[in-house]
Design a protein around this ligand. Structure first.
Ligand SMILES: NC(=O)c1ccc[n+]([C@@H]2O[C@H](COP(=O)([O-])OP(=O)(O)OC[C@H]3O[C@@H](n4cnc5c(N)ncnc54)[C@H](O)[C@@H]3O)[C@@H](O)[C@H]2O)c1
Length: 272
């Protein structure tokens, strides 16, 4: 059911790879809620072709951009404003990748070229996106910028590897850029800290099946799905959340605030 929450709003959505992607679900939901937007992903992800299906479904154009490349980002923002017919109201940064994770390098045995590349893609790219929008004055007043993160930025999840450090950096950018975007442009910047979610990026983390099942048992409301995340993200793009900024917002069914659950304890109880 549509509430027309994003009627008349224009956006840029990064990171829809396939129908499991959080960005994919968000694009479908934003479309249902009346938004128009352009889709963007790294040129290499485009070649896999599935994003065309999403573009068709949502009446969107695709503009490839490597989110670490300033020229690509400048071109994307210019084109988005032109195609959509005005400044941007919302941006979703749904991008993450660790080469150390991919290549099975342990946290204590990182290849620092991999670390730097992963940091550029997963963390610094958010600054690059914000700075490009800021310098071009491409955001409308009361616009909303959201990036996705994970709780490994605050607590240790061993196999999350260098992505934990990247997420800590990403969340810090949301705070710091949120200050300037708020002061100068009345634009808000937040991160959503999402439950483990079975996507390409999520399933790439070693031990994913174990920790998604654990999180499910720990969270009073159960894990938040990609669809739940899309709904929440749309609320942050809407006019109902105009004064929420510089926040890391937990969207995890209560996991963060739970010390232990009865479901988890049961697994460790000795029979009396
Ligand atoms: N899946 C989870 O468990 C989970 C939990 C919390 C947060 N997140 C975060 O959610 C976001 C989206 O991930 P997802 O789970 O939907 O997985 P996904 O694999 O579907 O999406 C990751 C996207 O990043 C894109 N990308 C990689 N390098 C890029 C580059 N150089 N330029 C532009 N785009 C690039 C990929 O093409 C892909 O579309 C990520 O930031 C991820 O860390 C995921």
């Amino acid at each position: 059911m549509s509430h027309n929450l994003l009627k008349g709003k224009r956006g840029i959505i990064f990171g829809a790879l396939d129908e499991n992607s959080i960005a994919w679900k968000t694009a479908v939901k934003a479309h249902e809620e009346g938004a128009v937007f352009v889709l963007s992903n790294a040129p290499i992800a485009m070649r896999m072709g599935q994003i065309n299906e999403l573009a068709e479904k949502t009446g969107s154009q695709i503009i490839p951009a490597d989110a670490t490349n300033i020229e690509d980002l400048e071109n994307l923002v210019d084109q988005a404003v032109e195609i959509l017919g005005g400044k941007i109201d919302f941006v979703l940064h749904s991008i993450g990748m660790s080469i150390n994770v991919r290549k099975g390098r342990h946290y204590t045995d990182q290849n620092y070229d991999f670390t730097q590349k992963g940091w550029d893609v997963s963390a610094l790219s958010f600054h690059k996106v914000c700075q490009t929008l800021y310098k071009k004055d491409a955001m409308n007043q009361w616009g909303s910028i959201v990036a996705l993160t994970y709780m490994a930025a605050q607590r240790v999840f061993p196999d999350y590897n260098d992505m934990a450090d990247n997420k800590a950096y990403l969340e810090s950018i949301a705070r710091s850029f949120g200050y300037y975007f708020g002061k100068d442009k009345n634009v808000r910047v937040n991160t959503i800290s999402q439950s483990p979610t079975p996507t390409t990026a999520g399933k790439g983390v070693k031990g994913f099946d174990g920790f998604i099942a654990y999180a499910e048992k720990m969270s009073p409301l159960g894990n938040a799905s990609a669809q739940d995340c899309a709904n929440y993200t749309v609320s942050l793009f809407s006019d109902f959340t105009r004064k929420v900024t510089m926040q890391n917002l937990y969207h995890d069914g209560g996991f963060t605030s739970t010390g232990v659950s009865n479901d988890v304890m049961e697994k460790f109880m000795k029979e009396d």
